[in-house]
Design a protein around this ligand. Sequence first.
Ligand SMILES: Cc1ncc(COP(=O)(O)O)c(C=O)c1O
Length: 221
Amino acid sequence: MMLCNPHNPVGTVYTRTELEKIGDFCSQNNLFICSDEIHAQLVIDGCEKHIPIASINADLSNRTVTLMSLNKVFNISGVGLGWCICSNPDIRKKIVRMVDHQSIYPNIIAYEATCAALDDGDAWRSELLEYLWGNQLLIRNWLRNRSDFFWALSPATYLAWLRCDKGYTQNQFLNNGVALMSGKDFGGDEYSNFFRLNYALPKQQLMKALSKIELACQAKN
Ligand SMILES: Cc1ncc(COP(=O)(O)O)c(C=O)c1O
């Protein structure tokens, strides 16, 4: 089972009950779980708390590999350091063997950056979450005046998963200077009426992007 929690692109933070149901299914079907929890530190305060699926019970801990990194929250993907958590000794052995055969290792800057973020990053992270919440409100206010886009509650990440049933295309937005990602990239044609907007950017720039989206919507395909 491949799990993404918090979910990219939707922003869902799975509840304990949901995780228990997923976990029961995996236990009954003897599935191992790879849980990508790289957005764990990007859950907006006051919303659903992020719960690692491996923490639900001992059986799930034994069948789960959790993937983590500070790359998203501190925007340091360039340094390329992540880690996995795995309590099952057999899987752990296989992972260690696999990592040993990798030719690319994180360099000293990656360790320094990640350690600095872990040791001293809390205040910065709190400010970031507040700023992102402000950006989310800005988009939601913008959406209030539009009937062509819909965005469900998103308690985590910095991604807006916009549903749009008016037949707009990715090129239409690109031609007007906004690179929205097409929903197709996340699940094929079934999601062609979705667009992913990354709103982790300065407010002025976000406002400019929203104006450009408005212009794009008026333009022909
Ligand atoms: C859920 C999730 N996992 C993994 C990655 C990859 O992260 P990185 O760019 O730090 O390798 C991303 C990047 O968008 C992501 O959203």
